[in-house]
Design a protein around this ligand. Sequence first.
Ligand SMILES: Cc1ncc(COP(=O)(O)O)c(C=O)c1O
Length: 405
Amino acid sequence: MSAEKPTLSFSNSVLQLEMEKAFEYLDKAREVASRGVDVISFGIGQPDTPTPEHIREAAKKALDEGFTGYVSPPGIPELREAIANYISEFTGAGDIKPEEVIVTPGGKGAIFMAIASYISPGDEVIVQDPGFPAYECTVRYAGGKPVFIPLKEEEGFRLTPEAVQEHITPKTKMIILNNPHNPTGSMCTKQDIQGILEIAKENGIIVLSDEIYDHFIYEGQFHSVLEDPDWRDYILYLNGFSKTYSMTGWRLGYIITNAKAIERLTVFAVNNFSCVTSFAQKAAVVALTGPQDFFKEVLAEYRRRRDFTVEAFNSLPGVRVLKAPATFYLFPNVKEILEQTGMTTEQFSLKMLEEKGVVMPPGVPSFPLKAGEGYVRVSYVQPIERIKQGVERLRQGIEELLEKA
Ligand SMILES: Cc1ncc(COP(=O)(O)O)c(C=O)c1O
């Protein structure tokens, strides 16, 4: 036997996958906390409220009724129908049918399914930079080539049709559009969406549209790609329950596209995960068909937190931040601090964690390419009191750094 254990000789494709760097910061935060430091985290990408009670009750009921076996691979019929109805109305698409929906293990499961199902070696895929790390990793896993479009602060970090046009080639197979956007909190305008979709249609390119933050909108009107009546031809619409319904641990997401494509994606599902957890799907039906009022309060509270956090960060020396219109993230610019101290963004983030017990994943390498250098991501999913404490610690930390510089 060779020196290396056979169980460590991984396939080339799996070696393209990387850990999410933001998770590594959370691990570091745990290590700092274990030294007795009260760590304040701006690093968490999930709502701080539990799943609403009526949704939890539905899962308990399904369990008690013995709804615990395998279920239909593309999702239980009542959930596919509930998703079709809800998203038809929410996006204005109007006539989505249950057979145009497949339920997946989380939004991440949907990302993997979509990219693995369409990308072959040599295909180019347009990806926003900065962006959610799973996209580019999975493209490389499939042998594809991620083509990065840097998002610019001057453009509110939006993906614009002009930038897409500049980056497409005859090899472009897919455009991944995350709107509203993690990590910057940006949102595309109607014109942006229409322009990007026009380019995709003209060039026969798939648009994978991840709209998982579509309910967290504070300003302006959100526009879904499903507003295009031709969506069945070229769009893979992706969404999930994690963020809106505080269901991150339940692992529930979905893809909407034409019924024939869903049949093929179902073959992928059968070979990969058979079906998504039966009783969780019952709860998801109730999430969509039950009362939605709880979310009004969530949104009002998040708006207060966003407004507070924007003002507080803009009052920090060397920091400026856009009032992001959506999601629960901000992407403050800390370039002035880096220029004065000679640090990289990562060194700055680590310093704030080690010395002040404040977690803020650096734009690079967390999200994970180049355009995030000079930025940190701030997630405001915690009470304002806590945000205030975090900001005051940062103020001290930054002042100390600048004094020494
Ligand atoms: C842009 C984006 N897409 C997808 C996901 C995946 O969410 P989940 O797998 O929990 O549904 C996340 C989670 O952070 C995200 O930020």
